[in-house]
Design a protein around this ligand. Structure first.
Ligand SMILES: *Cc1c(COP(=O)(O)O)cnc(C)c1O
Length: 402
């Protein structure tokens, strides 16, 4: 099935003039199995992180049956790709037409909300349905996460009581959900948020059927090495067990990043070097939005058949479009002798990388190649390995570390 083992093999064989997206189905499957087997509840895949139908099918095959969708386009996509999947429409601000289509056409029964207006909208759009699972999104801190999701959504403590009581009246099953922010660097983020859930349940004195701890489960990036996912699962399990909810209540989570970060990487070519700045052929409007706009550092490897003996050096990247904003500050560590014509693999782009591509300025690339070597880093590898050993195992002959 795989024509190539590694990025180096692809770059050598194809000499691609446009960026190439590498996919690693085995890495996504491993992440899915991990959540399905080890999360002490149900894992919903947050489709926005990467809506690739190939990826959706891999997750489904590994036992991910529930999907967190946020737009009617995502609803249609998953309904078409996985006809038996259960869809949960977890955007707290939806178009009324989207709710109606989701409910009446696609069989969606689970919706989130964070205002009375949204509750009324859902009831109107579904014709006062009596079979709804409604999850009230509460606001929690994003302090322990790298990307905040705290400002936009979530009912405030002083609104939660009334909203929970009204939603309890309308819903067949009542849930409480939150999102601690993306790339949460400590399990404590969930412990704190679950304390907010406890306060809300106690104050409203309602029976709660679903606790949904949202996404935020981390992946690995340069200078962002989170604790093991098991520690997150343990903290969540302990918190959930201590909540005043019935024995039959369910625990859900909505991982996006953690399920797909390792699924993709990218091969780019250096078109020009100006000192410490490399002009590469993908960027802010391509798969590197986060690298440009929030200074996210992705791991990089120089793809050369012959090992560079040069010391590692810090580089920044310019993308291919004609504006200054197409700039990724990094620093990206590469051998000091990198030059125009070299290929570079940029790793960990399966989440919020490939999904964010535009065709701005005529730069886009559809080329996908499956490889079967390891991703540049993994949350699902047993034990920590030395970077060099990983590099050798991956089949890219590169100089790493120091
Ligand atoms: C984005 C999002 C997720 C996924 O978050 P990750 O940090 O990628 O795990 C889950 N739930 C909701 C409601 C989201 O908006």
């Amino acid at each position: 099935m795989y024509e190539h083992h590694s990025a180096l093999g692809v770059a050598t064989a194809l000499k691609p003039a446009a960026p190439v997206t590498l996919i690693r189905p085995q890495a996504a499957a491993r992440a899915a199995r991990f959540f399905v087997e080890k999360f002490p509840g149900r894992s919903l895949y947050a489709v926005k992180a990467n809506p690739s139908p190939d990826l959706l099918r891999i997750l489904w095959q590994e036992g991910v049956t529930h999907y967190d969708v946020a737009s009617i386009v995502e609803v249609r996509l998953v309904a078409e790709t996985l006809p038996y999947a259960k869809l949960c429409f977890m955007h707290p601000v939806k178009a009324e037409e989207a709710i109606a289509e989701a409910y009446h056409v696609h069989g969606v029964r689970t919706f989130s909300l964070d205002t009375m207006d949204e509750l009324e909208k859902i009831m109107r759009a579904t014709g006062d349905a009596t079979d709804l699972e409604l999850c009230v999104r509460i606001r929690v801190s994003s302090d322990l996460a790298k990307l905040s999701l705290a400002a936009k959504f979530g009912a405030e403590p002083d609104e939660v009581r009334e909203l929970l009581m009204a939603t309890r009246q309308a819903a067949d099953a009542l849930g409480i959900c939150f999102h601690v922010g993306s790339q949460a660097m400590s399990p404590h983020a969930y412990t704190q948020a679950i304390e907010r859930v406890r306060a809300a349940i106690v104050e409203a004195a309602v029976t709660v059927d679903i606790i949904d701890v949202g996404g935020g489960f981390p992946s690995i990036y340069p200078d962002m090495e989170p604790p093991a996912l098991e520690l997150y699962f343990d903290a969540i399990h302990r918190g959930f067990e201590s909540l005043p909810v019935s024995y039959s209540s369910e625990l859900w989570c909505e991982p996006g990043r953690a399920l797909c970060a390792e699924y993709s990487s990218l091969i780019v070519r250096v078109e020009r070097r100006r000192g410490d700045e490399l002009y590469i052929n993908d960027g802010a409007y391509g798969a590197l939005f986060d690298a440009a706009h929030v200074g996210w550092r992705f791991p990089v490897e120089l793809l050369r058949a012959e090992v560079s003996t040069a010391e590692n050096h810090a580089f920044s990247f310019y993308g291919p479009t004609c504006d200054d904003m197409d700039h990724m500050v990094g620093p990206f560590m590469l051998p000091a002798d990198v030059k125009a014509g070299d290929y570079i693999e940029i790793g960990m782009l399966g989440a919020y990388g490939c999904a964010m591509r535009t065709g701005f300025n005529g730069f886009s690339s559809e080329t996908l190649v499956a490889v079967d070597n390891e991703p540049m880093a993994s949350m699902y590898d047993d034990g920590v390995e030395e970077p060099r050993r990983v590099a050798e195992k991956r089949g890219n002959v590169v100089k790493l570390g120091q």
